[in-house]
Design a binder for this molecule. Sequence first.
Ligand code: ATP
Ligand code: MN
Length: 477
Amino acid sequence: MKIKEILQSEGNEQKIHVKGWVRTRRGSKHVSFIALNDGSTINSIQVVAEASDFDEELVKQITTGSCISVSGKLVASKGSGQAVEILAKTIEILGGADADEYPLQPKKHSLEFLREKAHLRFRTNTFSAVFRLRHALTFAVHKFFNDKGFFNLHTPIITGTDAEGAGEIFQVTNLDLENLPKNEEGKIDFSADFFGSKTNLTVSGQLEAELGALALGQVYTFGPTFRAENSNTSRHLSEFWMIEPEVAFADLNENMDLAEEFLKYCIQYCIENNAEDLQFLDARMEEEESKLKKEERSEMGLLERLQFVIENNFVRLTYREAIDVLRNSKPNKKKKFQYPINGFGDDLQSEHERYLVEKKYKKPVIITDYPKGIKAFYMRMNEDNETVRAMDILFPTIGEIVGGSQREERLDKLQERMEEMDVCQKELWWYLETRKFGTCTHSGFGLGFERLIMFVTGMKNIRDVIPFPRTPQNAEF
Ligand code: ATP
Ligand code: MN
């Protein structure tokens, strides 16, 4: 039986068989109390082993980290702290864990230490809670879109395009790097490469998702995304998961409505289905924050913050309005921003995003209509010819969580922008054909899945919400 199920049962002396990993063993000469966890829930079951029933050598092997199989009966607990416990009749050691060598001691370890032990960190309360929530969020994403009649589209992981045009790509090749084939001009001959052309890992499935939307109506992708940004921040991974819905006939306002509804749905889903994990993480965050200076602590606890986001409308303002607010803000006037805001055209840095979300509005904020110069070629041009129909959603403690736009559906305007931004039209001939044949208004966005998990779990480093993080200089496990 799974421990989750056992803990919901009454202790009527019924026979029980359970397997799991030992969190702790304490007790006396006469009796041992084993906290056993099998990953099905944050809670462990207490196993009581009377010394008279067991071989002393066997009991010694029941150490933190070992894997055991227990048979016995479920009874109402005599101690406080749990309603039921298992009176063990037989215990089998499935896999021992040498107490001197096992890296996870029954005490609090730092997250940095646990990152180096990523193969074992699932066995801690914190990480098991995080990864159960990661699963719940995955499920919520699919449920949300499925219930709305979207189709999940698997877009390619290996591609020849760089959708964002930022050039932060990982090349994919099977050429012999020691002995590269060269053409007549002395350049690398990619026609000799595996795919007959230069390829890379995808930075976004959007362009392909658009093709799907312009036939299936509403699609979404949910897949791995790769960016070779050399930014060692707590919010960037080299390999992360992105959710990208794309909707035919939707304009920017409908796109924002969808994104807001979607984010609230995912959070609500976790509140309803993962209450125990969230309560644990809420308490964890409170404890972590109590170590901080008063001015660095957040105003809300984790659960309070999640509830707050669900209950409040996101603030929507244009980039021009945001720049005005920032230019006249206290930190800007007092030169407290690392990047001062001078006016139109300035890119918003995370310090500005956090000011708007955490200080000024104290709510999630959606900023729209950015200058064309700081956004991708596919975003729809506004009448002013200076701004595009982009939208970024900014979240407290996270900063940018969603980036999206209404797409440029007019062939001539799209070609004009590609020319200006030096995007190769020949390579994207298939993308352009959707504008040539049966084009229509459409919109979509990209949600960084790990950033959503960070928000829901309160984890402050993105490396702690993906099982095996890939970051510059690190691809272990
Ligand atoms: P940022 O400014 O934070 O680098 P971006 O503008 O490069 O983000 P987009 O290209 O709009 O991001 O990607 C869509 C979403 O993907 C972002 O809103 C964010 O949630 C997420 N994202 C982008 N880059 C990363 C990354 N390196 N690691 C994790 N998530 C990311
Ligand atoms: Mn980026």
